[in-house]
Design a protein around this ligand. Structure first.
Ligand code: ADP
Length: 248
């Protein structure tokens, strides 16, 4: 089954981790994929690996918080494969800081990458999608946007903002054929988590109803579902691949 055969996807921050898994998963489902990342080499490596496996992928470097870079990313998409019909806003940064130590610069950067980036990329695709009368946007939030993370006020606020943006945009454009949803992952075995101590991971896993963390693939499967026709009545939702850590 290749439910995304007709889709031209852009996945931001797809040079590593969860974004890379999403790009590969969308290709497996039949989509053509533009692999964006701030790090050109990482994006190129992922696109080359997908191409070597017989998939359709192209890389484009760019900062999702910079309007001129965002224009370039979507121009590249249109030239390579046609207008973007499936946008996955995944690019992100994580930085831990006690609230009393949080600088204005760190706050602004966190909000810029996640919230401004999601806004700019959605803004770049929305006109062609509305014109076509179809399109899908999936925004990667985090369960920390739902419950708050300690020493992560700026990250949690940015991710909560993404959930609000998702709901409001979904209300506005769904009748015109564009579906907008979010994914709020819980603890996932990414490089960041793998680098933490075994003791921390075991303790955290033990607290989860499921007893273990998810994998990047689990998040990618959720994105692929939301993008597929099987999710046709999902609008403004936030799905939680989170091992039961947060139940809403
Ligand atoms: P995870 O492990 O949760 O998947 P990563 O840090 O591996 O997180 O992935 C986030 C990706 O987003 C990285 O590849 C990073 O380079 C990319 N990224 C970060 N900031 C930006 C940005 N402003 N524009 C585009 N990509 C970005």
């Amino acid at each position: 089954m290749r439910p995304l055969e007709d889709h031209v996807a852009v996945v931001t921050g797809a040079g590593n981790g969860i974004g890379e898994a999403i790009a590969r998963r969308l290709v497996d489902a039949g989509a053509k994929v533009v692999v964006n990342d701030l790090q050109a080499a990482a994006a190129e490596k992922v696109a080359a690996a997908i191409t070597a496996d017989g998939g359709a992928a192209t890389a484009v470097a760019g900062d999702v918080s910079a309007p001129e870079d965002v224009s370039r990313i979507f121009e590249h998409c249109t030239e390579a494969f046609g207008d973007c019909s499936l946008l996955v806003n995944n690019a992100g940064i994580v930085q831990q800081s006690l609230f009393e130590d949080l600088s204005i610069e760190d706050w602004d950067r966190m909000i810029a990458v996640h919230l401004r980036g999601t806004f700019l990329c959605a803004r770049a695709v929305i006109a062609p999608m509305l014109q076509q009368g179809e399109g899908v946007i999936v925004n990667i939030a985090s369960q920390l946007g739902q419950i708050g993370g300690v020493e992560l006020v700026h990250y949690s606020a940015a991710k909560a903002g993404i959930i609000g943006l998702t709901k409001a945009l979904a209300r506005e454009v769904s009748k015109r054929g564009v579906r907008v949803n979010a994914v709020a992952p819980g603890p996932i075995n990414t490089d960041l988590v793998r680098n933490l101590s075994d003791d921390w991971r075991q303790a955290k896993a033990g607290e989860l109803p499921l007893g273990h963390f998810g994998e990047p693939q689990d998040v990618a499967d959720t994105v692929a579902f939301l993008a597929s026709p099987a999710a046709r009545i999902y609008v403004g939702q936030t799905l939680g691949p989170n091992s039961g850590d947060v139940m809403l």
